[in-house]
Ligand binder design. Structure first.
Ligand SMILES: [Zn+2]
Length: 150
């Protein structure tokens, strides 16, 4: 294979405003420590993250419901080669958990060493507000067994 000459571009950082008017209760909920999502009034399908329009029946008539945030780990990966906007982060774990309510959620798994991550371990979604006002959510480990076990 021939090697083509290249020059390095400047590092590019982009930031843009994401419209959230249709999912505003979700963002407000995170600030209040709640995990809110949408359930279709017409067909009953539960979504996470919330959607403004039901992908099953195309209805825009959705209810806001609160999730427990509790679930079990079904898949994960440790990210070592990070995207540009996460260059300043330590290697992190991205996890998918199936929540009690039957929906799957994707988030960073924090507070757990990679060697201690086990499929089936109990997790909880924890809302986070950053110093710059951004809100997000991460998974944290729940103790095995105990009250609220699933
Ligand atoms: Zn629907």
């Amino acid at each position: 294979m021939s090697k083509h000459p290249v020059i390095k571009s400047r590092k590019v950082e982009i930031s843009f405003d994401i419209p959230i008017s249709k999912t505003l209760p979700f963002w407000d909920g995170l600030r209040q420590g709640k995990i809110l999502t949408t359930k279709c009034r017409k067909c009953g399908k539960l979504y996470f993250p919330p959607v403004a329009d039901c992908g099953e029946c195309l209805s825009s008539d959705v209810d806001w419901v609160e999730l427990s945030g509790e679930g079990k780990l079904v898949a994960y990966t440790q990210i070592a080669v990070k995207p540009l906007s996460f260059q300043n982060e330590q290697p992190y774990i991205v996890a998918i958990a199936e929540l009690k309510e039957g929906v799957k959620a994707l988030a960073w798994l924090t507070g757990v060493e990679p060697k201690d991550v086990k499929i089936g371990m109990r997790l909880k979604i924890v809302p986070k507000t950053f110093p710059d006002g951004r809100v997000a959510f991460v998974f944290e480990r729940l103790p095995d067994g105990g009250p609220g076990g699933i």
